[in-house]
Design a protein around this ligand. Structure first.
Ligand code: NAP
Length: 530
């Protein structure tokens, strides 16, 4: 890495390496902590910009997919290094645009660069190729078996929709972009209007890495524009072959519908809404009900509750242990300061969600009132199991520091509630050793509902690693078979191809006889590095 990036913001999009000023709607970022708009003005792009970015991505695809895994690994590392080279101005801008604390954003820079480096590691390790060889059996009767070999190939250009709540780790060079680029897919990002300056700085870092790595410029573009306008145009562009999205259920399902209605439908990997049920078992409540109540509010109010893994639902059997939990949680939430939310729109949605809960459940306690309008006041409600199961509204994600306690009459009713919740990113169980049998009965139910099941912790905080699943059945995501965080995220942008009796001289290296990269491959059903 050589170049130091300029950090003066221009308000421009970047289409295949070229800065482009949009001709559409004007947008300014907004500092939710100061209640002030931020310079410069960004202008939305239009369908001409979508066409240009998608066509450049398609043009870049043949050369980009032909790069070696090592070349792509170095490219991802170069993006990480370029991001680090502008970390100071990037952090300052992201803090101003999000209202999130400096420590949180600093951590997110590390998570973003760490994610890019994880995918570099994944590429070098090689099992993402999914190489399999079934050798020919010419003498098999009644029919001979042909030589069949399989590996994964990239899908093609991917459209990525940035999330508002992680301006770095789920944004321009976040997990969707990193995993798509690792797979060999060019990326066109639709930036989020909540953090255009952060997006521009990161896009320039990616663009510098594209140039430094000698890749075609169309490997990466950043566009700004409205979701229903430019966003849908991007998803329906014939050059785009898959979509990565993090945001609301309504946004995700709109993009799923647009992608499915194309003459050539494409997959949409949308991470949408989850209320992340937490089950408190009787032994745990009896020994540490109050302690759990306090810790729960810490998880609920972190980052103004703007996490897709926020604990929005507590489920437990009524009794003195649950009473102790509720009392401690009520006391902790009453002391919780109101902190700025990401955008006035998100603060408004949160206020409406709390109003809905106020009309449908009993208030336990509110947090403190905020000094400015963009602050979200934490809120805790409770209801009984029957009312919860009878009111669909109570399952809706209220994005922010609001949660609902469901009091169950007995364990059987707790299981009915577990079976009645929608698909979730996470399900949490607090259990002591005395709860082992009860937890064992609950676990199979939770496997049907959630992508990640955790014990004796809180769901906020998603480790980026090989075994992570940040996914789950609808509406948590649009496709429960995969994850948007962690090494397996690369699989979303790959598809298997089988090569039957292809001449040996034409076979791609992952399935060639000599195995030049010493990949682990499944040969005649057995894993081997031979
Ligand atoms: P969002 O409204 O879903 O927006 C995310 C992206 O999708 C934006 O680029 C948006 O474009 C686009 N979009 C939205 N609706 C669309 C539609 N009908 N057709 C095409 N594109 C569309 O999410 P947000 O702005 O980040 O936050 C709004 C709400 O989403 C929150 O209040 C919260 O409820 C939820 N949310 C959930 C999560 C989660 O992790 N589960 C994360 C963030 C937000 P525009 O620029 O035009 O809006």
């Amino acid at each position: 890495m050589t170049a130091t990036l300029p950090t003066q913001l221009t308000g421009q999009m970047i289409i295949a390496g070229t800065p482009v000023t949009g001709t559409g709607h004007e947008v300014r970022a907004f500092d939710p902590a100061a209640g002030q708009p931020l310079e410069p003005v960004y202008r939305h792009g239009d369908t001409t910009d979508v066409d240009a970015a998608a066509a450049a991505a398609a043009e870049a695809f043949p050369a980009y997919r032909a790069t070696t895994a090592e070349q792509r690994a170095r490219f991802l590392e170069s993006i990480a290094a370029h991001i680090e080279s502008v970390a100071e101005s990037l952090i300052a801008r992201a803090v101003a645009e999000s209202g999130l604390p400096t420590a949180r954003i600093t951590g997110e820079v590390g998570r973003t660069t760490g994610q890019l480096r994880l995918f570099a590691e994944v590429l070098r390790e090689g099992s993402w190729n999914g190489a399999r060889i079934d050798t020919a059996q010419p003498d098999r009767t009644p029919l001979p078996r042909p030589d069949i070999r399989q590996r994964f190939v990239p899908l093609g250009p991917v459209a990525v929709f940035s999330a508002s709540n992680f301006p770095l780790a789920f944004s321009v060079a976040g997990g969707d972009t990193a995993s798509a680029l690792a797979a060999g897919c060019p990326v066109v990002v639709k930036g989020h209007d909540a953090h255009p300056g952060t997006s521009e700085i990161v896009a320039r870092a990616v663009t510098s890495a594209v140039t430094e790595s000698g890749l075609p410029a169309g490997v990466f573009s950043l566009l700004f524009g409205s979701g229903p306008g430019l966003g849908v145009a991007l998803v329906t562009d014939p050059h785009i072959k898959a979509v990565g999205f993090t945001g609301s259920r309504s946004g995700g399902t709109a993009l799923m519908a647009a992608a499915a209605a194309r003459p050539e439908p494409i997959p949409v990997y949308a991470e949408m809404s989850s209320i992340n049920p937490v089950f408190l078992l009787e032994g745990a409540l009896a020994t540490r009900g109050a302690e759990l109540g306090k810790a729960f509010i810490g998880s609920l109010t972190m980052g103004s509750g703007q996490f897709c893994t926020n604990p929005g639902l507590i489920i437990a059997v009524d009794g003195p242990g649950l009473d102790a939990f509720v009392t401690a949680a009520g006391e902790a939430i009453s002391a919780a300061p109101a902190t700025p939310m990401l955008t006035p729109n998100i603060a408004g949605n949160y206020a409406s969600g709390v109003e809905m809960l106020s009309g449908a459940a009993e208030l336990v306690a509110h947090g403190q009132v905020g000094a400015i309008e963009t602050c979200g006041q934490a809120a805790l409600f409770s209801t009984d199991a029957q009312s919860f199961l009878g009111n669909e509204e109570l399952q809706a994600e209220v994005f922010g520091s609001a949660s609902l306690i469901v009091r169950c009459a007995d364990t059987a009713q707790m299981h009915t509630v577990a079976a009645g919740v929608e698909g979730q990113l996470t399900a949490t169980v607090h259990a002591d050793t005395s709860d082992e049998a009860a937890a064992g009965e609950l676990l199979p139910l939770l496997e049907l509902k959630a992508g990640r099941i955790l014990f004796n912790g809180w769901p906020t905080g998603v480790e980026v690693c090989h075994a992570m699943v940040h996914g789950g059945p609808f509406p948590a995501t649009s496709d429960s078979r995969t994850t948007s965080v962690g090494a397996r995220a690369i699989e979303r942008f790959l598809r298997p191809v089988a090569y039957q009796n292809v001449p040996k001289s034409l076979l791609p290296s992952p399935v060639a006889d000599d195995n030049p990269d010493r990949l682990w491959r499944r040969i005649d059903g057995r894993l081997t590095q031979d």
